[in-house]
Design a protein around this ligand. Sequence first.
Ligand code: CA
Ligand code: CA
Length: 297
Amino acid sequence: MKVLSNEHVIYYFNQENTAQFQVEDGETFWVETDDCYSGQITDESVKRPDIDISIMDCSVGPIFVHGALPGDTLCVEILAIQFAPQGVMVTSKGLGVLGERIEQPDTKIIPIRDGFAYFSDSIRLPLTPMIGVCGVAPKAGLNIHCAVPGDHGGNLDTKLITVGSRLYLPVEQEGAGLAIGDLHACMGDGELSGTGIETPGRICIRTTVRHDRPISRPVIETRDSLYFLASAATLDEAIHTAVADGASFLQEKLSLNFPDAYRLLSATCDIQISQVVNDWKTVRLHCPKFDTKIETL
Ligand code: CA
Ligand code: CA
């Protein structure tokens, strides 16, 4: 099986990047990722203000997926995630929801072994592996830093982008221009202090192209649910977009008029927060597969 190395990374998603890897429609392969700091935090003496944040959230790619054309949907199925033996969490003034309470920057190295993150001698956390950044080339003319989420995916920081999930992304360029990075050993909804447990690692994915189901924004599928993701400058805007996408989906799949789709959505779906600490906020509409007609996207 192919292993794509972290020697080729991007810092911006755009259509000008040259493809660094090629995979087939339906191929399964591994991607080796650095941590979100591009490995700059080597030990606890290195604080966040010491590092170059312009190379944060480096993402391995672009990966050219044969058969993907503009208007198609790329399905990224996450099959396995493996971690390095340690992760890192920084705090720094202004970082995260309560960043004003941090006076001195601080770095904490967190060992990872046997399925746990060892936060301290007395606190160990079961791993909740997830991928922070996964995206494709955006619409022509856009140049979006890997630290920013959007309709192309990118820094979605959504804990459901994990083993067993499928992430669907809208293809805007031939080959899709997939890139992936920013692994987290653990992260809660919101990513409230500004980081997860950041770690290098390896991700096994399968990329499949769908020609029959165009989308405008990322969608996640799990065994029992679909999640419509939206990112925007404010949570209110992101919620509006995610709910509109969910209503359109139910209207189309169940052949409903808008008021009925809207009522059904209100009766069955949940709005959930993915992250509130990036330049744009990300939310998701959780739509359970309550009817056989909505068993997939
Ligand atoms: Ca991130
Ligand atoms: Ca991160």
